[in-house]
Design a protein. Structure first.
Length: 288
């Protein structure tokens, strides 16, 4: 009996260690923190029911279970949206902290979340598991009920849709980011102002503040003064498919800046240096 209790404690401890990873997986699939947490909790119920004694790779097993649960939830969500009887059903009140929701959304990228929402459930699962979490297609195939070849095609189709989402806007935004960085390096104050929305806000997470960044500053003039003569180690990059800035002096990743736009100008800059948040992001180099 004591051995059984020790086994349950060890299993619970392993699960808690994997919970952040599982939440990130579920959130990328579902785009909703409450639903992601529900999926993770359901995975724990299944693990505790099955015992997990024969599971060699617990993290992999839990990831698969969360993916299956998320796929079911996506399919049910799609079915509800197609049912006109549910059109006026009110959304449940959000009992979860907005800061945590925002943190997860930032780690994925708002633009990517919008595109993922448009994918078919099986496409979304295949794309997220393969492109974001490096699972091989032969492991994803049983989850979506397809052959590995068909699963590869699902992910490829999803990838084309993700890469094809608003390209023109993304190109224009990258031009603005490039102009902003060039003006910062050259100390061109007027150039900085030209790239910034008058009401731009810049903020940083706790790790970025420790590196010398501001907690929050507002207004084009103030933000321009902060960047004036800086950005020598910064370059334009895609963060989860959306334009952003990477700061890596001597090739060492220091922080990234997630950028959002309003009327074609930079309206929000968030400096992110927290290692856990950085680990959850996907960076793509912008080709010159």
């Amino acid at each position: 009996m004591p051995q059984e209790k020790d086994g349950e404690k060890n299993l619970a401890a392993q699960f808690e260690a994997d919970r952040p990873h599982l939440t990130r997986v579920a959130y990328r699939m579902l785009g909703s923190l409450p639903e992601a947490e529900d999926a993770v909790q359901e995975s724990w119920l299944r693990l505790s029911r099955d015992g997990g004694n024969e599971v060699g790779n617990l993290t992999g097993w839990l990831t698969t279970v969360v993916a299956r649960i998320s796929l079911d939830m996506l399919r049910k969500r799609k079915s509800r949206r197609e049912d006109p009887a549910d059109a006026d059903t009110p959304e449940p009140a959000d009992a979860h902290g907005p800061d945590r929701e925002r943190e997860l959304a930032d780690s994925v990228g708002a633009a990517l979340l919008v595109v993922l929402e448009a994918l078919e459930p099986a496409e979304r699962i295949a794309f997220v598991l393969h492109d974001m979490f490096d699972l091989p297609f032969d492991q994803i195939a049983p989850i979506v009920g397809r052959t590995p070849v068909a699963t590869r095609q699902l992910a490829s189709r999803a990838r084309r849709r993700v890469q094809g989402a608003p390209k023109e806007d993304a190109r224009a935004q990258r031009v603005v980011v490039d102009a902003f960085l060039l003006a910062a390096r050259e100390g061109n104050f007027e150039g900085l102002l030209a790239a910034l929305d008058p009401q731009v806000v810049m903020r940083g997470d706790a790790a970025a503040i420790k590196l010398g960044g501001p907690r929050q500053v507002s207004g084009a003039g103030t933000v321009a003064k902060f960047f004036h003569g800086r950005a020598q180690a910064a370059r334009s990059i895609l963060i989860d498919g959306a334009p952003g800035i990477l700061v890596a002096p001597n090739g060492h990743l220091l922080l990234v800046m997630a950028v959002s736009f309003r009327n074609g100008k930079i309206a929000d800059i968030e400096a992110i240096a927290d290692p856990d948040r950085l680990a959850g992001m996907n960076f793509t180099r912008v080709e010159d």
